[in-house]
Design a binder for this molecule. Structure first.
Ligand code: SF4
Length: 284
């Protein structure tokens, strides 16, 4: 097969299953996994397939706006300290937060809180960060992106990509969460995928979740050993045989068990497909 033909055949793969040549000239497929996609896949492969193909998409919600606004204000404070050796005031952070909400509110399709409630909750969470974490943290990386190869097996190169919220001088990674309530810590310590992914990718052992819920802080400290990281690599490779079928499969396994499988949360259901084809918008 000539070079031009090889180039053409590369386009037979969907854009997220890149095809390239290795040094021997044989075709190599490259799969790039984002940490968030691993979570989606594990929750429900069929939902993950449809999202990856662009058949459905998650609606923009006020929950997302809340999380993004607080992230944005913390990023602003972290960058000021890291790049300009300047500590911002609480008023400045709140101003950044409020502006972000005002600028992005028109993209929200599902309001789960009133606009003013979103603003109040975000301000309380920003204050919580400012009072309890800003005095004790010192970033060497803010919104730090990474790309790391998991190696090559059977003609597939697997790569992990992501963005770490805060890489601290203490050696710990930090991640900001803005849910409506605090998490059971033991579940995160036992099962959380993101902590495996980020500690492996950035060669760390400690991953701290800072959970802001209605202005109250919960810190969940998670440690990941080499053995846990090795197990995580195998988990990622276990997804590959399924991922390779994305251009031919008409469905991937459906997973009903869990909060995610409902008309409230699943865009496939909302589109009237999968369980949504047989059940109503209000089945329970
Ligand atoms: S309706 Fe349930 S099983 Fe079907 S794609 Fe959505 S989450 Fe998965």
């Amino acid at each position: 097969m000539g070079k031009r033909e090889r180039h053409k055949s590369a386009h037979a793969y969907p854009p997220y299953l890149h095809c390239k040549l290795d040094i021997q000239g044989t075709e190599m497929r490259e799969i790039k996994l984002r940490q968030s996609y691993i979570n989606s896949f594990l929750r429900c492969p069929e939902q993950a397939r449809q999202e990856r193909l662009g058949l459905v998409r998650q609606k923009e919600t006020s929950d997302l706006l809340r999380g993004n606004a607080v992230h944005h204000a913390i990023e602003h404070a972290g960058l000021a300290r890291m790049n300009d050796s300047r500590d911002v005031s609480l008023d400045e952070m709140i101003d950044v937060n409020d502006t972000f909400i005002a600028d992005n509110a028109n993209e929200v399709e599902v309001w789960r809180q009133e606009y003013d409630e979103v603003v109040d909750t975000c301000r309380a969470n920003v204050k919580c960060f400012y009072d309890e974490l800003y005095p004790v943290l010192d970033p060497v990386g803010v919104e730090e992106t990474f790309t790391r190869s998991m190696g090559v097996r059977h003609g597939v190169q697997l790569t992990l990509t992501g963005t770490a919220d805060w890489n601290d001088r203490s050696g710990a990674l930090w991640d900001w969460k803005n849910p409506s309530r605090h998490y059971p810590a033991w579940e995160k310590q036992r099962w959380d995928i993101q902590s495996h992914a980020y500690t492996w990718a950035l060669d760390k052992t400690t991953f701290n979740l800072a959970v802001f819920a209605n202005g109250k802080l919960q810190v969940i400290e998670i440690h990941r050993s080499q053995e846990e990281k090795d197990a995580f690599i195998e988990l990622c490779w276990s997804m590959v045989p399924t991922l390779l079928t994305i251009d031919t499969a008409t469905t991937w396994p459906m997973r009903w068990e869990g909060w995610h499988c409902s008309p409230k949360w699943c865009p496939v259901w909302q589109a009237g497909k999968c369980r949504g084809e047989h059940l109503t918008e209000e089945p329970w």
